[in-house]
Design a protein around this ligand. Structure first.
Ligand code: B12
Length: 482
């Protein structure tokens, strides 16, 4: 029996960038899920969250020594989001320099998009990249390391060079996956009472031209979207509540299940007498009717929905294969308010076809939604990722790509927050209608529109039972101008 641990690592965006352009304090659910899986199969696991370790005052060297000091069987570095690109490779380099014999693999959604490029260009410090869901490949790798001291020569889902890629086997049925806990990664999260819940895996059935989720789902190994049962999601919530987590967010494709899945979850929570302080769910505007929203607000102290409305222009929506009926958006937001669910709205700029008139239509919809209680939360410039419909056929959408390979996307590791807000070098593309600077200007224009008109939502809530925290919304948008 070998007790060498498997160490999971959340890398920094870059060791050279202490103020990254996107948040670096999240806990990747993929890491937590894989750690729980290995642990349930008898392996010793632990994990280090490097950005938090640096945030709490440890030096980079102390943090890396914590990783190698336990003589790991395997170090598994998470690269789920684009802005950790440089940091993931640097972490592998630094660990290899300290302990050349230690096997190091990288996995996660972003790594999967560039698996061969990462594996071939970093063979000196990375022993392999796992493409897709990693539970099964990780276990086979650990078995092989225990038995032979080497990684398997050939393993579905493990990419070691330019060879053909075979997808990883995935765990079926999905409810057989063990629940995860945040304490796998140390130090502890910034907000100890907040947790994200994973409810689905596999490809989103929608096909919005800018979104990677249909592609990623398939690339990860499941052709179709699969849901955890309401009972299994409740088990996960129950387990996290025992660790003091009381505020939950569901940001995956749960909304695709509409009212049915939401009502089932609400009923399961009520039946088990679990009452979270807050549940937040991401959704498309048409996902839920009054019936689902009422069940939702009945199962927790505070319920909120992040509506990804994205644009107010029907022409832009149609061009990008996105359903949009502005009247219905307004009606659904009004439904949320009457069900006592806080409705936040999220908007995008840099979409193909987005001209001045489209931006005016978006402003109009922002205003119409505010009149019924919609709270505009943020405006994001589109990050155009590989393999999306626009990326595959940019000419059809009137788009010029600026980023193609892994190292170009790693610009997100190097840009600081201030640079990303003030300049446009993190823009992944230009459209026929807008240059990079034009997309930055559109983002500022909509954020300015929001701050100039937020008083509409403020007056709306002056006479409502629902009392969302509008001051923090105003503060965050206003702050983005300084
Ligand atoms: C939930 C979610 C979030 C949650 C947090 C989730 C969390 N704590 O992990 C929140 C809302 C915070 C979030 C934020 C962001 N997200 Co997000 N998010 C998702 C979402 C919807 C689900 C991810 C998830 O947790 N799945 C459940 C787990 C179990 O699955 P998994 O992550 O795929 O993990 C499996 C494998 O990938 C692999 N794996 C994963 N990690 C690791 C690590 C190792 C070591 C190994 C070996 C394997 C491995 O094994 C896992 C289990 O089989 C995905 C899209 C999707 N439908 O998958 C987008 C997605 C991952 N997010 C994305 C983005 C862009 C962001 C943001 C940058 C958005 C923004 N502009 O701010 C931020 C930044 C994140 C940050 N670090 O701050 C992109 C990533 C694209 C990219 N290549 O970078 C995605 C694909 C969405 C999209 N449509 O573009 N996100």
């Amino acid at each position: 029996m070998c007790d060498q641990p498997i160490i999971f690592v959340q890398p920094p965006a870059s060791f050279d960038n202490s103020s990254p352009c996107l948040d670096d304090k999240q806990f990747g659910l993929g890491i937590l899920a894989n750690a729980a899986w290995l642990e349930s199969h008898g392996y010793t696991v632990s994990g280090v969250h490097i950005p938090l370790s640096l945030h709490y005052g440890f030096t980079a060297d102390d943090t890396l020594n914590m990783i190698v000091g336990s003589d790991p069987l395997l170090v598994a570095i998470g690269l789920n989001w684009v802005h950790f690109s440089d940091g993931a490779i640097q972490t592998a380099q630094r660990i290899k320099a300290k302990r050349p014999a230690c096997p190091i693999i990288i996995g996660g959604q972003h790594a999967g998009l560039f698996a061969q490029e990462i594996a071939t260009q970093n063979a000196h410090c990375i022993d392999g990249v796992i493409l897709g869901e990693a539970e099964v490949p990780l276990m086979l790798i650990c078995q092989s390391l225990r038995e032979t001291g080497k990684l398997p020569e050939k393993l579905p889902g493990l990419v070691r060079g330019a060879e053909d890629i075979t997808p990883a086997e995935v765990v079926e049925p999905m409810d057989g996956l063990p629940v995860y806990r945040y304490s796998t990664l140390r130090p502890h999260p910034l907000q100890a009472n907040v947790g994200a819940i994973s409810t689905t895996r596999g490809a989103c059935p929608f096909n919005c031209s800018w979104c990677i989720e249909p592609v990623i789902g398939r690339l990860q190994g499941r052709r179709k979207l699969q849901f955890h049962s309401a009972d299994r999601i409740t088990d996960q919530i129950d387990s996290l509540m025992q660790y003091g987590i009381s505020r939950f967010t569901i940001q995956d494709n749960f909304f695709v299940g509409g009212d049915k899945k939401l009502v089932d979850l609400a009923n399961a929570l009520i039946k088990r007498r679990l009452r979270p302080a807050h549940i937040n769910i991401f959704a498309h505007p048409e996902s839920y009717t009054l019936q689902g929203l009422e069940a939702f607000s009945g199962c927790c102290d505070k319920a909120s929905v992040d509506y990804g409305v994205e644009t107010g222009s029907r022409r832009v929506a149609t061009l990008n294969n996105r359903r949009l009926n502005p009247d219905e958006v307004v009606e659904r937001i009004a439904n949320a308010v009457s069900a006592l669910v806080e409705p936040f709205t999220w908007w995008m700029v840099g979409l193909p076809g987005e001209d001045d008139q489209a931006l005016e239509e978006t402003e109009d919809l922002i205003l119409r939604t505010m009149c019924v209680g919609g709270i505009p939360r943020w405006v994001s410039p589109l990050i155009l990722l590989p393999e999306t419909p626009i990326y595959r056929d940019p000419a059809r959408f009137g788009v010029r790509l600026r980023f193609e390979g892994f190292s170009e996307y790693a610009t997100f590791s190097r840009a600081t927050l201030a640079e990303a807000v003030m300049f446009s070098h993190t823009m992944t593309h230009e459209t026929r209608e807008a240059t990079c600077d034009g997309i930055s200007a559109a983002s500022r224009r909509l954020r300015k529109f929001i701050t100039d008109n937020l008083h509409v939502a403020e007056s709306f809530y002056a006479s409502q039972r629902l009392q969302p925290d509008l001051a923090s919304v105003r503060g965050r948008v206003q702050q983005s101008f300084f």
